[in-house]
Design a protein. Sequence first.
Lengths: 354, 639
Amino acid sequence: MTADAASAPVGKTGAAGPAAAPHGPGARTATAYLRYVAGKLAGAAVSLLAVLVTSFFLFRLIPGDPVKFMTGGRQVSAEQFAHYRAQFGLDLPMWQQFTDYCGKALTGDLGTSYQFNAPVIDKITEALPNTLLLTGTAFVIYTLLGIFLGTRSAWRHGRLGDRLNTGLALTLYSVPSFWLGLLLIVTLSVGIGPLPGLFPTGGMESGGEEGFAYVVDVAHHLVLPVVTLVAVEYGQTLLVTRSALMDEMGSDYLTTARAKGLRDDLVRRRHAVPNALLPTVTLIFINLGRTVAGVILVETVFSWPGLGGLFYQALSVPDLPLVQGLFLVFAAAVIVMNTLADLIYPLLDPRVGR
Amino acid sequence: MDTNDQYGGHHRTPARVPLGRTPARAPLGRTPRRARLVAAAGAAALALSAGLATPLSPAPSQAHAADDDGKKVLTVAVAQSVDSLSPFLAVRLLSTSIHRLTYEYLTNYDPEDNSVVPGFANKWESSPDKLTWTYTIRSDSKWSDGEQATAEDAAWTFNTMMTDPGAATANGSFVSNFEKVTAPSPTQLVIELKKPQATMTALDVPIVPKHVWEKVDDYSKFNNDKDFPVVGNGPFVLTDYKPDSYVRLKANKDFWRGAPKFDELVFRYYKDQDAAVSALRKGEVSFVAGSPSLTPAQAASLKGEKNIHVNDAPGRRFYALATNPGARARNGETMGDGHPSLLDQRVRNALFKAVDREAVIDKVFQGHAVEGAGYIPPRFSPYFWKPSPGQELTYDPDEAGRMLDRAGLKKNADGRRIGKDGKPITYRVLCHATDPNDKAIGQYLQEWWGELGIGVTLNCLDNVTDPWLAGEYDLAFDGWSVNPDPDFVLSIHTCAALPATPEETGATDNFICDKTYDELYARQLAEYDPDKRAAIVKRMESRLYDLGYMNVMAYPNAVEAYRTDQIESITTMPAKAGNIYGQDGYWSWWSAAPADSGDSSGGSSSTGVVVGIVAGVVVLAGAGAFFTLRRRATADERE
């Protein structure tokens, strides 16, 4: 019964973790888990603090005086110049700028964008939903697709189907996303030959629609950028899933499961895949953290009004408050997601965290 | 169509899954077959809807979609983000263009020849001492909320800029010479000056409605982008704005000069110019802004395309090679590290004589530019100046070599020219890393000047501002957009524009400070007679040419394109041959007439939406059916 012993915990622990608590060993497990959680949370807090400090100093290394850049090419009197510097707080000593920044950041005030003359937090919350819609949709699709195809590939590795599958995934994985995006625009958006243009060339909406028509309109605009992202990204998940599953495939417990008379499909789904999922879960959470940062190239090609494009614009000034704020949000998202992954590992695999 | 298959394949995949699982028992065989059926139905529906789409929306005419209610919409593809919609803060071209469309300025420029024509003011006159200007404000202009627009609004706008530093952010320089602004009557505006100023008919300041704007607390923070429609009195009213998505304007039917012919004007964002060109080709937009200009490759790909007109027009920019004249501040302290040999006019002139401007036009701009001459581009005809044949620095590398010999820069045994310090000369040329023209011409310079025995180091940076303002360059690629009134581009070469101290920043372009030029500048600013003033401006250009600190290589064209099946006619500026996007005035969008076909751009294709809906429903239904069947299959298995 080695097979059940090895494969069962994975399925059970996820649901039955708390249920195990009343038992002696279970209680110990719970304390160990709590200790583990506390350690991970503390680590995350330290990382966040480090990011806060880094974000302030890192971007001050970019050459360029924001006020000079913004007023370059215009007639600006010395008084106006001084007014700008004072308005942006650039006339204060560096340490004071830093303490001001930290103090405000802790209360959620990320300052005012130089170029847009608006609170950084407003600019971020304006673009964040757009980015999440794009990257989140793509994330769900490429993760499911990657796991699904990866499992199939591993199960029948070496066969033609597997080779085609991995070959295509690798090819698309190495394609530059902006190039694929432009190609999709030229073919599916403008139309080529007898094929009509089916999708909008860019943007997130046509403007002016409301209610259900608006949802449909946005979905319509969403198709090509999502397809681009999925095409470029799913290969990674596919390959990781495939190799992890292949590692498991020689295991004794699978032979036992088959010997029990289980259908091949069930052997894969109930026994092999759950055990092989750990590396994929890591990847999923890394990708999830990245979804916030947006995708500069795809957002640019499809004119998607998201955070990636905002970051690019902020860097080119440099619009220090905006750059800092975005950096903070991006880094925080990755840290939070990694911490979540850390917290979930012990539930997936009880060996972790003991 | 690999990509298409990729997309279709991905939707089909879940449906194909059950087929792989069949090795099991017979009763289960039913399930996969059902799934297959669903898949087949889905695929069929998709194919059907795609087929349905074909006759309805062949690519070019996809643009139909005049709005459902038959509104004529003019859609313009733009890339630049709005910095602010407040006229007190906005400086970017797109934002100021929107203000041109939504507010009146005291005066405007004739699209025919850039001469001054009435705007918010009907008439204007100056006092004999040149210090008081009296404008008669038109009485037929109403704000879009129904209030009468009066001289009081103008006086309030100027006074706010003069007293509130936040309101002076964008246009403060226009009022810096104002002593007092009053509105003795609703139709009379009086501006008193500290010193005479010839630019009083070129005050490019949007006049805002006092009754709306006096309620604003802090002009340095208010972006005017929350409450729509925005009250204005221009040919269009700003009705909606979504950052980096679109800016929407509707025609002001009561505009005093006459209503625009399109009902709506939409600026839509295409952050990638190739994507914008695709959108034009498809008809999703009517116009692609030449800002930046379309690349020669994009222009070439659009030429000859049915229903598309490429407007390759004389631009308003000059493109020059600036030379560091030994940067210094107003207090006399020197700055930076310009090469001392460049202080010799013969050297500067010799360098320019070795620049093949024809090659620059043909090879770099691929014909989309005009060879440079004077400082102000030919489209501003009253001020355009050309060097006389004897004065002109024609391309002549041999003569350039002799000039350098005469200047004492002899060649050494290796053929390198030696400076006064005994070292071979290598000039650092500051270039914009984002500008391919800079880089291409930089390489030519290495070749041309290399033959003279002079080395060239190209210093291409994302941000040239810092070394530039510090005077740390020998030569630099330089360029400015010129306004119908040339005062600004002339002022940036005066001694007064130098920074007060090396630590400060001045409005100076490249540290030129020349007494003769300054005297002429002061004279033109006080000369109210247009012809006399133009004559002085031309003398300034001549002086600038001889000095050799600003060598104009080319006037790049504005290259833009629009669909002739959506826009029947549109006014360029100047009218004979000129640009459309970014004019001085609202002429292009105000005058644009929709094509007879009734097509206009902007809406997404309704067929596309139908296809989208059908595809979405099919996919959802397929997925739903698949999971239902799957669950049932698993249940079977358990039993």
